[in-house]
Design a protein around this ligand. Structure first.
Ligand code: ZN
Ligand code: MN
Length: 129
């Protein structure tokens, strides 16, 4: 929670509940998932509050936005470099912590200065097979 202390937003109880839900969360929730979870505690909370908080965190580099799920954006509070697998049936997104030794041929790379990569794997998870 420490890293969320100075996000430039007033930390209302509702926003704190969003941050608490995200902290250490590895389920790669969508904005709707987050809204539904936090709404249980704060029934009057609006979807806009959730979305604005997520956008603020994303712009500050504290939250990754994943486009791995074609149906909805997914969010990842783990901003350390890692990769993902998605189950095409249940849309579960799983972390892949492995440093792949992949290289772009020099003639294609030209003078592009690479800062990182993100690999997305698609398949069917054990629960769905
Ligand atoms: Zn599945
Ligand atoms: Mn992840």
């Amino acid at each position: 929670m420490e890293r969320y202390r100075d996000i430039g937003l007033k930390l209302t109880p509702q926003r704190l509940a969003i941050l608490e839900f995200l902290d250490g969360n590895t389920s790669h929730p969508s904005a709707e998932d987050i809204y539904n979870a936090v709404k249980e505690k704060f029934p009057t909370m609006s979807f806009a509050t959730v979305y604005n908080t997520l956008e603020t965190l994303r712009k500050r580099g504290l939250l990754l936005e994943l486009n791995i799920d074609p149906e909805r954006k997914r969010y990842d509070p783990n901003i350390e470099p890692h990769h993902h697998m998605i189950c095409l049936r249940c849309k579960k997104v799983v972390d892949v912590h492995f440093e792949f030794d992949i290289k772009i041929p020099a003639e294609q790379l030209k003078d592009f200065h690479l800062l990182g990569n993100h690999i997305e794997f698609y398949g069917i998870c054990p629960d769905c097979r």
